[in-house]
Write a protein that binds this ligand. Sequence first.
Ligand SMILES: Nc1ncnc2c1ncn2[C@@H]1O[C@H](COP(=O)(O)O)[C@@H](OP(=O)(O)O)[C@H]1O
Ligand SMILES: [Mg+2]
Ligand SMILES: [Mg+2]
Ligand SMILES: [Mg+2]
Length: 398
Amino acid sequence: MAVCSLRVINFRTRYCSGESKFKKPINFSRFAIRFNSSSSSSSQGVIASTMAYEKELAAAKKAATLAARLCQKVQKALLQSDVHSKSDKSPVTVADYGSQAIVSFVLEGELPSEPFSLVAEEDSGDLRGESGQETLKRITELVNDTLTSEALDGFSTLTAEDITRAIDNGKSEGGSSGRHWVLDPIDGTKGFLRGDQYAIALALLHEGKVVLGVLACPNLPLASIGSNQQHSGNEVGCLFFATVGEGAYMQTLDGSSKTRVHVSATENPEEASFFESFEAAHSSHDLSKSITEKLGVKVPPVRIDSQAKYGALSRGDGTIYLRFPHKGYREKIWDHAAGCIVVTEAGGVATDAAGNPLDFSKGRFLDVASGIIVTNQKLMPQLLRAVKESLNEKASSL
Ligand SMILES: Nc1ncnc2c1ncn2[C@@H]1O[C@H](COP(=O)(O)O)[C@@H](OP(=O)(O)O)[C@H]1O
Ligand SMILES: [Mg+2]
Ligand SMILES: [Mg+2]
Ligand SMILES: [Mg+2]
């Protein structure tokens, strides 16, 4: 049994001791409330140690929430000069880097007694050298402003070097042994740039399995966004989280009490609505049209960016999520790990297009057959049949 006790921890002691990678002492004078679990040994294995993830969950929620604050600040004042192009031509903003630095920094500081391994999307390569200096300066200011004003008042200002080091913590290869954090600092960067949906997606892998996930969705309405529902209220900002075997929950990003969420129980595809990427370049809209027509889905797709789709599905806004990247694209674990555990703990199933479970234990990539499909347990067999038929038709038309 875990014992919940209030413990006051001095950040200065915590962030400056042990294996901290920060050379500079960081003076946190603020106190944290932490849960102390008497069954916290990770050696007890994935199932027996459910309660052991309590402190990891608290740290993950804190990290994602602070990162979301930074992103909200940037999205409000988005300037063209804040957008950069990575070598693969995908947009990356100061917020992507700043969010990754904050999550890395907060996790490492909150969990000082654990070895820290982070598999994350961004790296500081483009920030080094003359051309990256202006951007790095802006990111450093943003991170410092966020940590000072939002939570960790009293800490020493981070240098640009602290920031690049925190970002580059994310170079881990992950894998099937030990613990690895998995981070997409902004999932749906294109949505973020448009002022639409995006998510800060953070998960924990333990022995190759996702055991914890947090999805911060700053622009997601608290009310349902499914195409079957009447939209009511315009409040936005959701935080989804799940721990293996413990269910999935949602609360507001500003910290309301949590509500347990469940996927839609719809068995009749005619009553189902479905989600897909806003960007046709990320997922074939033609293929999802063919599949949903076979199923008899009546309503048009809800197209939104990011793993907010998994969050919305986990609370029953829609029933199906389809993702069919174009040939040659390799999925990354940070694009699905957090969303996958949230939807699974809410009673859903996520598989590849052939019905295989998603395997997050193979490193940074997530190799899947043709695509990723998500729905409730009752609809999955029907959905798999429709997917198979549509894929066969597509193959024979080529
Ligand atoms: N050609 C492509 N096919 C499929 N996915 C792609 C893609 N190019 C980029 N992506 C991924 O799609 C993610 C966004 O998914 P969605 O379409 O659901 O919003 C991107 O995450 P980032 O925005 O974190 O880079 C990126 O990893
Ligand atoms: Mg990206
Ligand atoms: Mg992503
Ligand atoms: Mg991203």
